[in-house]
Design a protein around this ligand. Structure first.
Ligand code: FAD
Length: 541
């Protein structure tokens, strides 16, 4: 992997075909598509890769059952079909997940329309016969999930989706794009555009780490800044026509023992919306809200009313448990960069994506979903290919990303993932108190690259939770463009949301290790330590 210094030098010295602004899933997806077609590509991200909406989603690779109600068949068909394809590209990271849809007396879906809707959903997404939806009686629904409230329960739909880790998916796509030749840099913000003959031909960018400003030159520029898309568009040209409509979505996390669901559930909320409750390792997370957001995207946060809404929704759906604010161990808030539709409320606006081209040829892409990142990238790069051919006669190959695995040493199928997880679990037996937990954690995050993490343990004969954590940190610094403790504990491992306790327990040792590895001063070390601890403590308060 190129060092940060090498990437900076390339950005300053070379001229690119394409500069992408934004290192969320949309931007890095475009970088991978473009680089794999031979386009000389650069990408700048103002914070960490995936630090925007792409680490704040519900973490599902899903077709969006609810979009059937607004007759968005094309969207459901497109993203529905992508699910199994992305699973094939990263089987350890995009994992099949059965979803339970409880049917209740006053719920959104009745028995007949849910049976029909799910039948149609499976057909649009071409779900294999043995995986298609089943309609369950009340007794079978309760057997599947004993925590469901019996009162008013009519039965349930049981259907196929996929779960993932959004930030890890973004990181893996970034790494693959870099392997294909893209130069991608985090902590580098785009400040202003530069033009030649009235056409955008690059941007002035600033490196947030070395505090340096320079121009990145490129023939074409794509704005993939998610919720910041309109802020970037305004730097180019006053916005006329379509604009973004940001809506906020909040999730809360509770210990699994407080909401010990056996499986993922998509359930009714009294206001007519539906939300998810998803078990993950030692926790269950619940979300999402969907409310209009009119402040700066840099200021999104979780408010008490978001928490009240989610807690009350869970307590009404699962009367056998009672959650309170005190049970929350973590939370996150993200912004959907949707395209405004006059007169429509937050939940009614379509999730479809759209590309805008400004008079000065800035290409902006917004809307869409995590699940549709590959298709969005293809549309964007197809458009650039057409412009390139028209302007320079250069003909680009067609999209290749259907066949590019998203990790090194990829697994071929789920059986290989399960076998490898069992092998890791065996390796940890005897030394680790909870070998199954660690094996699942490692494989879900790093796939077969877990082997490389083991090889980085300083004293292999002294394998422990702590020595493995330090090796994991080194792996992320060496191979995953992590630059600090928050990059590691948030986007690379998700521990800040799903295992904050492990951060608190190891903070001194990991801080000292980071200080040595990254040649930090004492004050820098303390700053980074405080920053991540504040995240854990606010998550736990
Ligand atoms: P972002 O991830 O926000 O990336 C944009 C990036 O641009 C940011 O990292 C930002 O730092 C960077 N940037 C901004 N300004 C600059 C600048 N000047 N210079 C350099 N970089 C800059 N989709 C699904 O498929 N499944 C789900 O389960 C799901 N759940 C969701 C739940 C919620 C609550 C939300 C909010 C969304 C959900 N989505 C889901 C949608 C999905 O998460 C988003 O569509 C997707 O992550 C958007 O990615 P993005 O790259 O466009 O934006």
């Amino acid at each position: 992997m190129k060092t940060r210094k090498d990437s900076l030098r390339s950005l300053k010295d070379e001229e690119f075909d394409l500069l992408i602004i934004g290192g969320g899933v949309t931007g890095v997806g475009i970088a991978l598509d473009a680089a794999s077609r031979g386009i000389k590509t650069a990408l700048v991200e103002k914070e960490d890769f995936g630090s925007g909406t792409s680490s704040k989603s519900t973490k599902l690779i899903h077709g969006g059952l609810r979009y059937l109600q607004s007759f968005e068949f094309k969207l459901v068909r497109e993203v529905g079909r992508e699910r199994s394809l992305i699973h094939k590209l990263a089987p350890h990271l995009v994992i099949p997940e059965k979803m339970l849809l409880p049917l209740t007396k006053n719920g959104k879906y009745g028995k007949l329309d849910s049976a029909l809707g799910l039948w149609f959903y499976d057909r649009l997404a071409v779900v294999p016969t043995n995986d298609r939806r089943k309609m369950l009686s009340k007794q079978k629904a309760l057997k599947q999930e004993p925590l469901l409230s019996e009162k008013g329960l009519l039965g349930a739909g049981f259907y196929s989706e996929y779960r993932t880790d959004d930030a890890r998916l973004t990181i893996e796509i970034t790494k693959t794009a870099i392997q294909k030749g893209a130069v991608c840099l985090n902590y580098c913000s785009m400040d202003e555009f530069v033009y030649e003959n009235g056409i955008v031909c690059g941007a002035r960018c600033s490196d947030q780490i070395e505090v340096d400003s320079f121009i990145v030159r490129a023939k074409y520029v794509v704005n993939a800044a998610g919720p910041w898309v309109d802020i970037i568009r305004q730097k180019d040209h006053p916005i006329s026509g379509k604009q973004l409509h940001l809506t906020k979505g909040v999730h809360i996390v509770v210990p699994h023992k407080k909401l010990p669901l056996k499986q993922s559930i998509y359930f009714d909320v009294p206001d007519g919306r539906m939300i998810f409750a998803i078990p993950r390792l030692k926790t269950t997370y619940i979300g999402t809200t969907d409310t209009d957001f009119n402040n700066s995207p840099d200021q999104v946060g979780v408010e008490q009313e978001d928490i009240n809404y989610l807690i009350s929704a869970v307590n009404q759906a699962f009367t056998k448990c009672t959650l309170s604010d005190r049970d929350i161990v973590a939370s996150w808030a993200g912004l959907r960069p949707l395209i405004h539709e006059k007169g429509k409320s937050a939940s009614e606006i379509s999730r479809k994506d759209e590309i805008f081209i400004s008079p000065k040829q800035l290409i902006s892409i917004a809307g869409g979903k995590l699940t549709g990142y590959r298709v969005m990238a293809k549309k964007t790069v197809d458009l650039i290919a057409r412009i390139m051919q028209r302007e320079t006669n250069r003909k680009l190959p067609s999209c290749k990303t259907k066949n590019i695995p998203l990790t090194r040493n990829p697994f071929q199928n789920m059986k290989e993932v399960t076998d490898y997880t069992a092998e890791i679990e065996n390796r940890l037996k005897g030394t680790f108190k909870d070998p199954s937990y660690y094996a699942h954690y490692l494989v879900a995050n790093y796939g077969s690259n877990s082997d490389e993490i083991f090889s980085l343990v300083e004293e292999p004969s002294d394998l422990s939770v702590q020595s493995l954590l330090l090796a994991e940190f080194d792996y992320c610094i060496n191979n995953e463009l992590a630059t600090n403790l928050t990059d590691f504990f948030d986007r690379r491992t998700g521990r800040v949301y799903f295992d904050a306790e492990s951060i608190i327990q190891s903070i001194d040792i990991i801080s000292q290790h980071a200080k040595k590895k990254l040649s930090w001063t004492t004050s820098k070390t303390l700053f980074e330590q405080k920053k991540i601890l504040a995240r854990c403590i606010s998550s736990n308060s």
